[in-house]
Design a protein around this ligand. Structure first.
Ligand code: CUA
Length: 155
């Protein structure tokens, strides 16, 4: 089949556009990771036992840094108490096994929404020893006002 000159030009232009379009898509996917940013720290709230939250608690990362993985639920937190030495920076990674809760430490600037399906993160450095109360600031049901946990900061 014989193509006219103009048809060839338009075909070249069409294929060129397609290649350019796919290249832009590819670069975007690369720049923002394989998944949209909102999914980067997701977790299946129905299957926490098969996630990093299967054994909630504190682990030491380096000399003064700890990671606390916590699960919020109606109406409490797992674990109910954690302990770190004074001077520690604690990276909190918190998810919910049911509804939206929060994680607030009165007297600090920690006040985090805890949403099911996400790993909600914040960090805090505990410069004073003592017992820190954690409260839920997000109405989550009939036991909401009793939902709390403790952070023991040892001297
Ligand atoms: Cu959990 Cu209010």
């Amino acid at each position: 089949m014989h193509l006219h000159k103009y048809e060839k030009i338009w075909m070249t232009f069409g294929i060129g556009s397609l290649v350019l379009f796919l290249a832009v898509l590819g670069v975007s996917a690369f720049a923002f990771g394989a998944q949209p940013p909102s999914h980067m720290h997701s977790v299946d709230s129905q299957n926490l036992e098969e996630s990093v939250f299967s054994a909630p608690g504190v682990e030491q990362i380096d000399e003064t840094t700890y990671r606390a993985r916590l699960v919020a639920m109606a109406f409490g937190y797992d674990p109910g108490t954690i302990e770190v030495p004074v001077g520690s920076t604690v990276i909190f990674e918190i998810t919910s096994s049911d509804v939206v809760h929060s994680f607030a430490i009165p007297g600090t600037n920690v006040n985090l929404m805890v949403t099911p399906g996400h790993v909600n993160m914040t960090e805090h450095t505990f410069t004073e020893p003592g017992e820190y109360l954690v409260l839920c600031n997000e109405y989550c049901g009939t036991g909401h006002q009793h939902m709390q946990m403790k952070i023991e900061v040892t001297p």
